[in-house]
Design a protein around this ligand. Structure first.
Ligand SMILES: O=P(O)(O)OC[C@H]1O[C@H](OP(=O)(O)OP(=O)(O)O)[C@H](O)[C@@H]1O
Ligand SMILES: Nc1ncnc2[nH]cnc12
Length: 188
């Protein structure tokens, strides 16, 4: 009976597999040796994008989340829709030099390079309940830096969410080590 899966679980599993089939592999982008996970085919399907936001958003019903914080640029697509769905504010964590007001910043290394992210110093207030979201969890470097920023502003991180996770790169462990729950809808 250990392997018993009820009908609801089975349907959910099928739906996630369907969403997964809409992620396109693009070899050698943006550099040789990287297999880029392209989420645009999923975004092109209205039902698929809605399902993604519903699955993630339904986790937060009644939790009183104050802010959804999204990371430029693909993370914005999810963060904006999620904030709207759950009735939270939206904080945008951007690449350097894009934000007009006073910022704090953090640097990090990526699967394919090095970068820096910034957030407005008044984007999150002390004690606010924050959900962080991005499209892809690879090495976890980007999200790790985003967590630094939210922590420095005094945000209370409730969950760290992703549309998809490249499990073999160990990003999940890196974030969990800091004491935060990690959720990803699709795993490779
Ligand atoms: O877990 P990591 O190894 O840090 O990698 C994941 C990050 O890499 C991608 O962003 P990218 O910097 O390519 O920016 P984009 O969203 O503007 O394409 C992706 O959107 C994540 O933010
Ligand atoms: N392989 C990959 N595909 C898409 N986005 C990424 N971000 C980091 N690694 C990635």
């Amino acid at each position: 009976m250990g392997n018993y899966v009820n009908e609801t679980d089975l349907n959910l599993h099928k739906e996630i597999e369907e969403l997964k089939s809409l992620i396109r592999d693009v070899p050698d982008f943006p550099k040789p040796g990287i297999v880029f996970k392209d989420i645009t085919p999923l975004l092109h399907k209205p039902w698929a994008f809605q399902k993604v936001i519903d699955y993630i958003g339904n986790r937060y019903v009644g939790l009183g989340i104050d802010i959804v914080a999204g990371i430029e640029s693909r993370g914005f697509l999810l963060a904006a829709a999620l904030a709207y769905k759950i009735g939270a504010g939206l904080a945008i964590i951007r690449k350097p030099g894009k934000l007009p007001y006073k910022t704090i910043s953090a640097t990090y290394t990526l699967e394919y390079g090095e970068d820096k992210i910034e957030v407005h110093e008044d984007a999150i207030q002390e004690g606010m309940k924050v959900v962080l979201i991005d499209d892809v969890l690879a090495t976890g470097g980007t999200m790790n830096a985003a967590i630094d920023l939210v922590e420095r502003l005094g945000g209370n991180i409730i969950s760290v969410d992703f549309l998809l996770e490249l499990t073999f790169l160990g990003g999940r462990e890196r974030i969990q080590k800091r004491g935060y729950p990690v959720f990803s809808l699709i795993k490779f």
